[in-house]
Design a protein around this ligand. Structure first.
Ligand code: GUN
Length: 229
């Protein structure tokens, strides 16, 4: 990757190729067991999820009078929101991408297993003159010495995408072995707590048009595989 590249330069190329074109084969038995033990369902963003908590406490809806989202997943301008919600979220070799979307509420993320890359589009720091926004990427994982993160916060309004990495760089095998990149991961399992609680009315997907406005052509070429189709 060139020095201006957004994604970490040390990513195995075969993994990127694979992940941008997910395999249509089943996940490992261990991953299937996790999906079943945690009662996970397919998420419209990609990956799998289960809501594990929804605080019954209702708080004033801080988003009630905001302008509508570009393409909201639902409409609901009720005066209250649940104080918080928490989900498990899992991306796997079969469903390795959480596609670009945003929530109006901020989200606290906690890693349980695996490794992945997060890509954030900072819409709140849009350049007035060019219309372009800063892009932030980081690796989530257990190797603290390498700067991988166990916790990360995404403020409301930021577009977010994520994708699976092999569990360890060293274990990754090239395509010549016939073992594809995705097969060396047992999945990226996290918890997400949204405050105030998640509602589809506060959620939308990044469109190709908004991506073109916010990013340079080079960035679009590098990141458009993370758009929900
Ligand atoms: N239902 C569908 N998607 C989600 C999500 O991301 N969070 C919560 N809490 N519920 C959902």
């Amino acid at each position: 990757a060139s020095s201006s590249s957004i994604l970490p330069a040390n990513l195995p190329i075969y993994a990127l190729n694979l992940l941008s074109n997910p395999p249509s084969r089943p996940d490992s038995a261990a991953i299937e067991t996790t999906i079943s033990n945690l009662n996970l369902l397919e998420h419209i963003e990609g990956g799998y999820f289960a809501e594990t908590d929804r605080d019954p406490l209702l708080v004033p809806n801080p988003f009630q009078h905001l302008p509508a989202l570009t393409n909201p997943t639902a409409i609901d301008d009720s005066p209250t929101r649940h104080a918080s919600t928490t989900i498990y979220y899992l991306v796997t070799p079969r469903s390795p991408v959480g596609h670009f979307h945003r929530n109006r509420a901020r989200t606290v993320h906690t890693l349980h297993r695996g490794r992945g890359v997060y890509v954030l589009l900072h819409m709140e720091r849009r350049d007035e003159r060019t219309g372009k926004v800063p892009v932030e990427t980081f690796v989530v994982g257990h190797d603290l010495a390498k700067g991988e993160r166990l916790q990360w916060i995404v403020e409301g309004g930021i577009f977010k995408a994520s994708f699976l990495l092999p569990d360890a760089e060293a274990k990754a095998e090239g395509p010549e072995t016939g073992k594809q990149g995705g097969s060396v991961s047992e999945g990226l399992l996290i918890s997400e707590t949204v405050v105030p609680g998640f509602e589809f009315a506060d959620h939308d997907f990044l469109t190709a048009e908004t991506m073109r406005d916010a990013l340079t052509p080079d960035q679009v070429r590098e990141l458009r595989w993370l758009l929900k189709r």
